[in-house]
Write a protein that binds this ligand. Structure first.
Ligand code: GLN
Length: 453
């Protein structure tokens, strides 16, 4: 069948079913069909790659030329991007067809998709549950097969956590592997683009197209990009897997633990060697993150001032009133909480006590991982402490919400690549196995994930 037929299938499915899930903020059906016809012409000309003509959805954090790019916020509800993010551009060059822009937590701040200006997303496995966040719209879209694959971003777990809670493969590459150009910034030293897919193979294919140096992103890595697909299918006999007991703390639900233990048994049967390694500073990762990420976000979000683009309040009295009311009316509660926390920890009197201290603990966390990778090839543990929780269950208590990311956040502080793969069902809901790799070891990581599938 043609790309046009395939695209039509997904366009119709979104139209028929997304009322239930709220996975899309902006579906782009006409544009998708146009891109599909262009892909069909490319295929007919013999000028196609493996991804040409395949549809996908983009998280609404990626600037998309001529399309509303809201970042899940009222602040950008009227923003039509004048340019494409590098990720959008590269996947379009590979011939992929964009079905639309997916729902997300406001400015990617959240773990449940409940902070979106466009309303919560429902988990297709159980519509009373959250899909995870912040890439919850992308996760729900793929889990409900409204799209075969989607992009996401991961600052503290926002690809891996929703992938785990919706039964998908969520892959976050090494920091710097994929360009951040045109990806609306939350915390620039942590943000990384990646994929939510049905398999590790799909993740490998898409990452191949997305990765690589980009001079428009000053932290983009100069490393060459290996052949990820060729890395799949390699024997993992003798692979050294480290299992940190710190991932198996008292917060971990017993059935989720059992699913992870069963997954480790599969790897044992495949000939891997499992040993205990320690990450002694892991318990510092959530407090460290909630200083570093808000600090960077308070700086990044200062550009939304009601002047050049985005939301502007009505009839401002003067410039200060314009700033205050545009930001006060344009941002939601969680974003305001982060901006205020960030401004506080960066202020002159508190900088040493909080921000500087957090930078030091961040280094300790990174060094723990580097030490572990002297002994083992990959690390494994659960992606989340529990399966998906109920919509509204944690909204009144930010700390409980923040603790949902306890196993994913350290990876971002260190800048490492990691993947969550479906590990089984707990009470009918999916949970994930998290696999963490060494810097730029994405090929091995994807192969280890692939062997389990
Ligand atoms: N849940 C975390 C937060 O709220 C991580 C979000 C993310 O990775 N974008 O900040």
């Amino acid at each position: 069948f043609s790309s046009e037929e395939l695209t039509r299938h997904f366009v119709d499915r979104i139209e028929a079913r997304d009322d239930r899930y709220n996975a899309f903020i902006t579906p782009t059906p006409e544009r998708a069909l146009e891109q599909a016809r262009a892909a069909d012409r490319r295929i007919a000309e013999g000028n196609a790659g493996l991804l040409t003509g395949l549809p996908l959805a983009h998280k609404d954090i990626f600037c998309t030329r001529g399309v509303k790019t809201s970042c899940g916020s009222k602040m950008l509800d009227n923003f039509v991007s004048p340019y494409d993010a590098t990720v959008v551009e590269k996947l379009a060059e590979a011939g992929m067809v964009t079905l639309g822009k997916t729902n997300m937590d406001e400015f990617a701040m959240g773990s449940s998709n409940e902070t979106s200006y466009y309303g919560p997303v429902k988990n297709p496995w159980d519509e009373s549950k959250v899909p995870g966040g912040s890439s919850g719209g992308s996760a729900a879209a793929v889990a409900a097969r409204l799209a075969p694959a989607a992009t996401g971003t991961d600052t503290g777990g926002s690809i891996r956590q929703p992938a785990a809670l919706t039964g998908l493969t969520g892959f976050k590459p090494t920091y710097g592997r994929v360009s951040r150009y045109g990806m609306i910034a939350f915390a620039s030293s942590l943000d990384q683009a990646g994929t939510l897919t049905i398999s590790a193979e799909d993740a490998a294919l898409m990452t191949q197209a997305m990765a690589g140096f980009d001079e428009r992103d000053s932290t983009s890595a100069q490393e060459s990009v290996p052949d990820y697909l060729a890395a799949l299918g390699q024997d993992i006999k003798g692979l050294k897997i480290g299992v940190p007991p710190e991932f198996f703390d008292e917060g971990l639900d017993a059935d989720t633990r059992k699913a992870v233990d069963d997954a480790l048994d599969v790897y044992r049967q495949l000939g891997a060697e499992i040993r205990e390694v320690h990450l002694p500073h892991l318990d510092l990762s959530v407090p460290t993150y909630y200083v570093v990420a808000p600090a960077e976000c308070s700086s990044n979000l200062s550009r939304f001032d009601g002047v050049r683009f985005g939301y502007r309040c009505e009839n401002p009295k003067d410039l200060l009133d314009l700033y205050e009311r545009s930001r006060g009316e344009g941002f939601g509660a969680e974003v305001k909480r982060r901006v205020m926390t960030g401004t506080y920890v960066l202020s002159a009197g508190y900088y040493d006590a909080y921000y500087l201290q957090a930078q030091k603990t961040r280094k300790l966390i990174r060094d723990d991982f580097l030490k572990a990778f002297e002994e083992v090839d990959v690390l494994m543990g659960p992606t989340t402490p529990t399966p998906a929780f109920g919509i509204g269950e944690k909204t009144d208590d930010p700390i409980t919400m923040y603790l949902n990311d306890i196993y994913t956040i350290a990876v971002n502080l260190a800048g490492l690549p990691a993947v969550s793969v479906p590990a089984g069902l707990v009470g009918g809901l999916p949970v994930g196995l998290q696999i963490i790799g060494n810097f730029f070891d994405e090929g091995r990581l994807l192969n280890v994930a692939h062997q389990f599938q």
